[in-house]
Design a protein around this ligand. Structure first.
Ligand SMILES: *Cc1c(COP(=O)(O)O)cnc(C)c1O
Length: 344
């Protein structure tokens, strides 16, 4: 495996910070090595920098090795660590599609890395030729969000495979919404590609956006690079404990996801019947992209009545579109009720 050719030289050569927890691992009766306060257990102690206990549990649920998991403060940290590992500021570039999740560009801008975006086709799918055409010797990462935000659809599996095969760099597949789709996504393919990074999150299907916990899956060699870069104790003990408990309740979470998928079918059907709705796009996520006859008017009407959706009118290919998250059945009813009463 030739990971070195993709990693920034300063990161490849980096000698990472060595914490007290790194230098002594194991059982002991007296810990006087980390300048911690001896009182207020267990929160007086620095947490495990590599979160092994939690990773073992996640590994079982996801069917991967613990060494193939990186945990970040939300997917946002996973995205940022990709820039810091692979992209030389002012020199390298990353590539993505348009429209897609806004964080890739913001993170590129923060890191002073050029962001290139290739328009999706009318079905919100990748134009692989156009995408690969924009690759040059300084293109280090391609971000593909599937199911895509804000369109809600899975990108074609075979097109993502082609990008993985033909691009000599990192392909980051952001699967924040994969639990709402009827496919396992790219996690089962991790062993097939040295250049694949898959990102999942606890923020959506797991109902834990407030915990700020994101996951990146890749070869253990690549994860080792990410571990060198991250803040030593990025995931605090409260979050680690909370996530362990949540993983024990995965049957409940699965039921909630099934309920939201049923809600998606129902809401889609009800929206389609409204005269103000022109098109409800297919969704593999927990939201619907809906083209209406006056997105801004309807958005403001809903805001005035305490219901907030996302106005995507100004986004590429999304003229007059609203992005509507699937809520509880009661919340969805309130929305439909208001939209039924809407008149210009
Ligand atoms: C919501 C979302 C995430 C989750 O981000 P977190 O930082 O984990 O909350 C990631 N990617 C996409 C495309 C999203 O829409």
């Amino acid at each position: 495996m030739d990971l070195e050719k993709w990693v920034r030289p300063n990161i490849w050569n980096l000698k990472p910070y060595s914490s007290a927890r790194d230098e002594f691992k194991g059982e002991a009766s007296v810990f006087l090595d980390a300048n911690e306060n001896p009182y207020n257990a267990p929160y007086n102690r620095y947490p495990d920098p590599l979160q092994w206990e939690l990773k073992k549990k996640i590994a079982e649920v996801k069917g991967v090795k613990p060494e193939s998991i990186f945990l970040g403060v939300g997917s946002d940290e996973c995205i940022d660590v990709l820039f810091r590992a692979f992209c030389e500021p002012g020199i390298d570039n990353v590539l993505s599609v348009d429209p897609t999740y806004g964080m890739y560009k913001v993170c590129a801008d923060i890191n002073n890395v050029e962001y290139r975006a290739v328009c999706l086709n009318a079905d919100f799918d990748i134009d692989v030729e156009a995408l690969l055409d924009r690759v040059d010797e300084h293109t280090k990462v391609i971000f593909l969000c599937s199911p895509n935000n804000p369109s809600g659809n899975l990108l074609s599996y075979s097109k993502i495979e082609r990008v993985l095969d033909e691009f000599d760099g990192i392909v980051a597949v952001d699967e924040a919404y994969i639990d709402f789709a009827d496919t396992p996504g790219f996690l089962p393919r991790l062993g097939d590609y040295d250049n694949l990074v898959v990102m999942h999150t606890f923020s959506k299907a797991w109902g834990s956006a407030a915990a700020r916990l994101g996951m990146a899956f890749a070869s253990s060699e690549m994860i080792a690079i990410f571990n060198k870069i991250k803040y030593p104790y990025n995931i605090n003990l409260l979050t680690q404990q909370y996530a362990m408990q949540l993983l024990d309740k995965k049957a409940t979470v699965r039921e909630q996801v099934e309920g939201l998928k049923a809600g998606r079918v129902a809401l889609r059907e009800q929206l389609s019947q409204l005269p103000i709705v022109r098109q409800v796009y297919n969704s593999d996520a927990n939201f619907l992209l809906v083209r209406v006859d006056d997105a801004c008017g309807i958005y403001n009407y809903l805001v005035d009545r305490g219901v907030i959706v996302r106005n995507r009118h100004k986004i590429t290919l999304c003229g007059n579109c609203l992005r509507i998250t699937i809520g509880t059945p009661a919340e969805n009813d309130i929305l439909i009720d208001l939209l039924n009463k809407y008149t210009r």
